[in-house]
Design a protein around this ligand. Sequence first.
Ligand code: UT7
Length: 323
Amino acid sequence: MRRAVVIGVGAHLPERVVPNTHFEAFMETNDEWIRERTGITQRHFAAEGEVTSDLAVMAGAEAIKDAGVEASSIDLVVLATSTPDDTMPSTATKIQHRLGITGGAAFDVNAACSGFVYAMTVANSFIIAGTAKRVLVIGAETYSRILDFNDRTTCILFGDGAGAVLLDAQEQKGTNDDRGVLFSKIHSDGQYTQLLATNGGVSSTMTSGKMFMVGKEIFRHASTKMPAAVEEGLAELKLPLSAIDWLVPHQANMRILASVGQKLHINEEKVVATVPKHANTSAASIPLALYTAKNDGRLKNGHLVACPALGAGLTWGCTLIRW
Ligand code: UT7
């Protein structure tokens, strides 16, 4: 059976580090509140003129180098983002060109914080169908551009960044011991669009709009739907919870990570958490966390990784990868 095997990872964070104390100067908030309620200590913000594709190209180039393959061998680029450089063309086509990829196709996927799981599901489907052989999946965001810096309940939560994985179509046995994506499934429920959204957009206001969120409701959905998405995958594969080596969830809030881990009876040492240093980088958060765990030696070949996410839409889902 054909599987989408991860052969390279890359990441990029903007140079500028913004500590929690930055917000104290212009709004009623403080470092202690932010740490206690979210676990966040800092985030990275893009420099003036630095756009989503700049971060994505750096992450993508590193993933290609890590895999040791030629960029020209890539026949699909899928970018997960809700903060594209421009309304058109897709940011993925700019990235494709800047990485020296000349053939195949490139497009964007917008599922907000679930973007990486959506993009992985799309890429996996292309690989299984035989329509693509080598797919670069990137999650890249510049949320600093859509934050409302008058709203203390949202602007302290997000950061900018990019993460990438390179997937290669490889023949495997068709068992749960195979390397590659073993399960990837997405969901959405549009009745909840107004829980997390921007107050404008291209066609409605001719601006990007700024973000607003009903935090408590999103918290509740995230801490129930993310564990359910993992359980759905394990049930389909007929694997027990104990089969998971690493839980690498979307990084929104330490309290959400803890709750998802508890519901799945996964020890906190097995939960990869980058939210303290990166804050919520939306579609970039899971590939940034995968990159972190791979490069500090935790994530090794053969490990089973569960990556659940939930974001605006509502959208949610889970990818299970044998590393
Ligand atoms: O995955 C998709 C993205 N989702 C998310 O990133 C986040 C999901 N939600 C959350 O992480 C949490 O709901 C928040 C971190 C947004 C809020 O935490 P909470 O424990 O639900 O706090 P709360 O909304 O109940 O607020 C408690 C108090 C309120 O004051 P009052 O009404 O009790 O007087 C807020 O006004 O804290 C106040 N507050 C703040 N205080 C200082 C809200 N934001 C801040 C702030 N600094 N930045």
